[in-house]
Design a protein around this ligand. Structure first.
Ligand code: KIV
Length: 273
């Protein structure tokens, strides 16, 4: 999609990209500064993921993240982009009990943040919620395979879609979200062959998070991808920078300059007149 001249990425561009074999790019973003940088770089969509739980809010999982946590982060991201499509992630506990609850959550994101779409986890089990949100005019990105909000039920970070039974379940989920009206579907931690079968079986673009090269697009958590995360990084992440090192070096140098009096220099101070 990056090669096309697109003023503002819309859901039709996701559809066209799949038709034309143009790969879609997405990164997470949780603030206006990174959003502006990624937007300028031509990243097609920014996901304000509930991975903010692990990357911003200090939680071990995405489970504690709330709608009120994500609304200000999403507003910051949406305020900073000119081209990228902004997707707001519906947190655990904000959509599962009913289609009405899901729609209420989606309305809050759309009215209070400037996001262009919402994302929610689950295939067959979330189809009713997707149908209701889409019928209200709100685009939905679905998310199947490994779904972090269910990590305790799934037994940890476990690859999904393995074996024929696993692939059949994945296909059923993908077809359910397509039929419910999702404009794209994230496949997380799925073997390459299974992701290929799903990608060929549905008309909506598949977006890989550790689902290999056959998907229609790729999405990564920006803090992993840019080397800001210092803990365990999933196998599927390729690091394109070492931001932790850059910031750490800058902080060490600055502290030394303050101690030695090298900072602030005259050019960093105000004269009396
Ligand atoms: O919250 C998130 O960052 C996500 C992606 C990993 C798909 O849901």
């Amino acid at each position: 999609m990056a090669d096309e001249v697109v003023k503002r990425v819309r859901t039709r561009h996701f559809h066209n990209a799949k038709q034309q074999g143009i790969k879609i790019t997405g990164l997470t973003s949780y603030d206006m500064l990174t959003a502006a940088i990624f937007d300028k770089a031509g990243i097609d969509f920014l996901l304000v993921g509930d991975s903010a739980g692990n990357n911003v809010l200090g939680y071990d999982t995405t489970v504690p993240v709330t709608l009120d946590d994500l609304i200000p982060l999403t507003r910051g991201v949406a305020s900073a982009v000119k081209r990228a499509f902004v997707v707001a992630d519906m947190p655990f506990g904000s959509y599962e009990t009913s289609a009405d609850e899901a729609l209420h959550t989606a309305f809050r994101f759309m009215k209070e943040t400037g996001a262009h779409a919402v994302k929610l986890e689950g295939g067959v089990r979330s189809a009713e919620q997707i149908r209701r949100i889409v019928s209200a005019g709100i685009p939905v990105m679905a998310h199947i395979g490994f779904t972090p909000q269910s990590e305790h039920q799934l037994g940890g970070h476990v690859i999904q879609g393995r074996g024929e039974t696993g692939v059949e379940a994945l296909l059923a989920d993908a077809k359910a979200v397509e039929a419910a009206g999702a404009f794209a579907v994230v496949l997380e931690m799925v073997p390459n062959a299974a992701a290929k079968r799903v990608t060929e079986a549905v008309s909506i673009p598949t977006i890989s998070v550790g689902a290999g090269p056959h998907c229609d697009g790729q999405l990564l958590v920006w803090t992993d991808w840019a080397g800001l995360t210092t803990g365990r990084i999933p196998k599927f992440v390729k690091q394109y920078a070492n931001i932790a090192q850059v910031l750490g070096d800058a902080a060490t140098t600055w502290a030394a300059d303050v101690a030695s009096g090298a900072y602030p220099a005259p050019e960093h101070s105000y004269d009396d007149d």
